[in-house]
Design a protein around this ligand. Structure first.
Ligand code: 5GP
Length: 113
């Protein structure tokens, strides 16, 4: 399978504004931000989408959420932020490497569109 754009960012083959990295994940600014803070938290493990994660990924998935909350705090949006995971084309997923959208800095409507 060919490398996704996010795998290329993780491997520094294409540029991105990286705000956080550890052994399990990388977080960088979305190229087309939908909010004043729009960061993508991406596992280094190339899981295509959430529905393809398995029970062995439980800890990794929890790590992504805890990390996202920490980044929100670091970016000054710790009190109000939204996490979004689009799973599958029908839900709006366009990059098939699991990622958590971390959005903040504006009002969010409910239910989401
Ligand atoms: P999805 O629609 O799959 O949930 O989200 C993919 C996100 O990746 C979109 O918000 C899109 O703007 C972002 N994106 C696509 N290509 C690139 C890129 O090359 N660099 C960065 N930083 N973000 C990208």
């Amino acid at each position: 399978m060919s490398k996704t754009i996010f795998a290329k960012i993780i491997d520094r083959e294409i540029p991105a504004v990286i705000v956080y990295e550890d052994a399990l994940c990388v977080a960088f600014h979305d190229v087309a931000p939908r909010a004043p803070m729009h960061i993508l938290v991406v596992p280094k493990k190339p899981i295509a989408m959430l529905s393809e994660a398995s029970s062995e990924d439980r800890e990794l998935l929890g790590h992504l959420m805890v990390t996202a909350a920490g980044i929100a705090r670091d970016q000054g949006y710790g009190d109000a932020f939204r996490l979004v995971v689009n799973n599958g084309e029908g839900a709006g997923q366009t990059v098939f490497h699991l990622h958590v959208h971390l959005l903040g800095g504006r009002t969010f409507s409910w239910p989401p569109g």
